[in-house]
Design a protein around this ligand. Sequence first.
Ligand SMILES: Cc1ncc(COP(=O)(O)O)c(C=O)c1O
Length: 399
Amino acid sequence: MEKKLAIDGSAPVAEEKIPYHRPSITEAEKTAASRVLDGGFIAGPGPECERVEERLEERWECERVLTTTSCTHSLEIALLCMDLQSEEEVIVPSFTYVSTALAVVRAGGRPVFADIDEETLTLTAETIEEAWTENCRGVIMVHYGGYPGPVNEVVEFCEQRNLFCLEDAAQAFDGRFNGRQAGTFGQFGALSFHATKSLTCGEGGALLINDPDYIKKAEMIRDKGTDRSVSCRGDADRYTWRSTGSSYVLSDILAGILNEQLNRWPEIRKQRLQIQQETFEMLSRLDSEGLFEFVRPYHSAIETNGHITALILQSTEARDWFLRALQAEGIEALEHYHPLHHTPFARENLPPPESLPVSERIAGSIVRVPAYPGLTTLQREQIGEAFEKIYPHLLEKIS
Ligand SMILES: Cc1ncc(COP(=O)(O)O)c(C=O)c1O
């Protein structure tokens, strides 16, 4: 028999709300922060930042990694390296976080929105082609939800048209395509270590520089337009102002935390993937009618980092009801990006794209559910119970 739902006045499954996300922080990270504080060097980039950078450079075969204050700022540094003119365009998806397009505006260029592809949930060579004009200088491709996008075809397209390719891998730390990490294919990649990400130091990011020609310029932009990094390496007596830039340097306190997160990453990643798999299996068993489509690797070459556990429903009406029902049961399930071409800033400042139907459909039908290592056994059972309670009602609503 169907159970009455919390949305209709019954008791919620989880009396204590289950948050969408909690970062995985242990004593190791707390000890690391204290150790750096006690050591006295708490600015950046000090030994802790350098250690993060060296570890990523070595493991990911990057020419240079710069730790930064955020992914937003990493994107900004990469775009400032390109010396964009005001009429020059950079193609970005509309279904992404504001930072992807904001960085283009901050660097003086014009973002142009392209549609995403249904399977990859990001740009493909085909969707980029539709948005391309003679004014286009580059492309920012987003690796959605920890699933690397079709980066080989995008890089190839960019090479053919003489465009730069910047990968926004904010959500895709250690997501891999053919064994190679997201962020290492284009000229640049940008990572986020924000508290909402799988590997975090609260606020932070990294710029992966894959084209050595940009290393010096990016280092100066990160450090207030100065050649401080050159003088720190002992190659100059003193440093001076040489270019545009800002203060994009990560504090060593945060980098100390990040080094511990990197030590724990194999374990965090394994747990995330395990919980994601369990969630999909539980939902598949329940979903006799195929109401849910899961966001999964669209190609055998893809290894996700388990960043997002998401499903797509058949309509916005069904999705909005499902979200409200889950939230009433105490489960903090969430929608995701609102298409950027619908935002007030874009409407007021950017030419409207013709139509981006896939971006709009996915934004209106996606649901993200809690799936992270800190969930207790009880919480995992409660999530399952809430799905079981709600599913028959959803079925009724849809049929
Ligand atoms: C695709 C994408 N790019 C950039 C960002 C911004 O990252 P940060 O908060 O590190 O600036 C996010 C944040 O969620 C994101 O999802």
